[in-house]
Design a binder for this molecule. Structure first.
Ligand code: PGA
Length: 247
């Protein structure tokens, strides 16, 4: 993989103390890993600031798992893109299938988040994927197209980098995975779509959904794939390290 990106999405699986322990116990190894790959750790909100402190000088980046769709105002419980920028986040995940499914997030809501992130110079990591297993590329494309189209009208003047994570919904947390051929075709299609529809953005394409060490060794040679988004496999440092080392 060329300039690979590895995103660790800890979801609600690590507490504040556990998040800090993960990075502080593995700082030397992480610093080495970050020399040849972009590592983005995405803990829950309270751990963002301490992780920023602990990652100083290591090359490790810190990202959020979500952000508010509004800039500011009376929106109890929300965290703004501006706050994420002030705390030092380089990335933020948006459109994760768990947020779409469990929190009813629509493409319209996700677009607002993407725009605010870009305006705050944070790289959005947009998750896109089809709901049910299929080997038919045209069904996958029909699901992905509206999800990706949010970038057609996105502001690009202040920040040009975006990440798109192809995450089949049915593969997330299920130990089920698409074939290498399908991932390869989808990556190529996303690349062509991005070049045609939002050429002013610099786009990195990742895969996510039940990645483990075995699967990493299979997908690492997929043409145009630039990294992975790992959920379960990022919780244990040794497993995450092994996956990054396979790049
Ligand atoms: P998983 O999660 O690796 O546990 O399937 C991936 C994700 O939620 O992005």
């Amino acid at each position: 993989m060329k300039s690979p990106i590895f995103v660790a999405n800890w979801k609600l699986n690590k507490s504040y103390t556990e998040s800090i322990a993960w990075i502080s116990q593995n700082q030397t190894d992480l610093t080495l890993l970050a020399q040849s790959a972009t590592i983005v750790l995405c803990p829950s909100f309270p751990a963002l600031a301490p992780l920023m402190q602990l990652s100083k000088g290591t090359g490790i980046l810190v990202g959020a798992q979500n952000c508010a769709q509004n800039e500011q105002g009376n929106f109890t419980g929300e965290v703004s893109a501006q706050s994420l920028q002030e705390v030092g986040c380089s990335h933020a995940i948006i459109g994760h299938s768990e947020r779409r499914r469990l929190f009813n997030e629509t493409d319209e809501v996700i677009a607002k988040k993407a725009f605010l992130l870009l305006q705050n110079k944070i790289t959005p990591i947009l998750c896109v994927g089809e709901s049910d297993p299929t080997t038919e590329l045209k069904i996958i494309i029909a699901a992905l197209e509206p999800q990706l189209s949010i970038f057609k009208s996105a502001p690009y003047k202040s920040h040009k980098n975006i990440v798109i994570a192809y995450e089949p919904v049915w593969a997330v947390g299920s130990q089920k995975r698409p074939s290498i051929e399908i991932i390869g075709q989808v990556v190529q299609w996303i690349r062509a779509y991005a070049t045609t529809n939002f050429p002013h953005f610099v786009v990195a394409i990742l895969y996510g959904g039940s990645v483990n060490q075995n699967f990493m060794s299979l997908i690492k040679n997929i043409e145009g794939l630039q990294g992975i988004l790992a959920g379960g496999a990022s919780l244990d440092f040794q497993i995450f390290k092994n996956i990054v080392s396979l790049k």
